[in-house]
Design a protein around this ligand. Structure first.
Ligand code: SAM
Length: 198
């Protein structure tokens, strides 16, 4: 996976590659999906949600340009796999999931693996985690309509990146936002970000 799907397709951050090598992707999947864990695609994890393709997980982690001591916010815990990868390359991860069942599953695997620098919360990640801000990076793993939720920008440290898929007029693009600048990275397909009313 690391050689064929990641390195050959432009993932070059050695810390990200090492994290992708280290984290056992299959353990974050329902048992009947485990034989497909290292395929080049997204996989079903229950509640109508998916674990992203390995390349997307690595690409989003690389785009954050982490040094190693940051607290990172992830919106959309899902299986907990991407949070596990992030936890290997930063100081701490706060990850938020809407579905209690997915959050509980993620908590269990992360704890079994001893990844104790990840805190899994249940709730509307569009509101972020103001009690732990500012974040040295924010990764949103569900598609926002037009732009990422405003509270996430307010919780971003100066110079830090927010990576988020955004739907613009029906076109889904992975975007990176930093210091008031935005950059379109690649067309993507994610599940929608379902935010509560403000
Ligand atoms: N990062 C995940 C992984 O590694 O398995 C993949 C996440 S999946 C593509 C997107 C997740 O975002 C889903 O589990 C979905 O329930 C969650 N989600 C959608 N809207 C949300 C919101 N407002 N707050 C928190 N989680 C949300």
């Amino acid at each position: 996976m690391v050689e064929r799907q990641l390195r050959r397709r432009g993932i070059e951050d050695e810390r990200v590659l090492a994290a992708m090598e280290e984290v056992p992707r299959e353990l974050f999947l329902p048992e009947d999906m485990r034989d497909r864990a290292y395929r080049d695609g997204a996989l079903r994890i229950g509640e109508g949600q998916t674990m992203s393709q390995p390349w997307i997980v690595a690409c989003m982690a690389q785009l954050l340009e982490l040094k190693g001591d940051e607290t990172v916010l992830e919106v959309g815990t899902g299986s907990g796999y991407a949070a596990a990868v992030l936890s290997r390359i930063c100081g701490e991860v706060i990850t938020i999931e809407r579905f209690e069942s997915l959050a509980e599953g993620a908590r269990q695997v992360l704890s079994e693996l001893g990844y104790d620098n990840v805190e899994v919360r249940v709730g509307d990640g569009a509101k972020g985690a103001p009690d732990r801000a500012p974040f040295g990076g924010i990764s949103v793993t569900a598609t926002a309509l037009d732009a990422p939720p405003a509270p996430l920008f307010e919780q971003l440290a100066p110079g830090a990146a927010l990576v988020c898929p955004v739907d613009r007029a029906g076109r889904e693009l992975l975007m990176r936002y930093r210091d008031g600048q935005e950059e379109a990275i690649v067309p993507v397909r994610f599940v929608p970000l379902v935010a509560d009313e403000p």
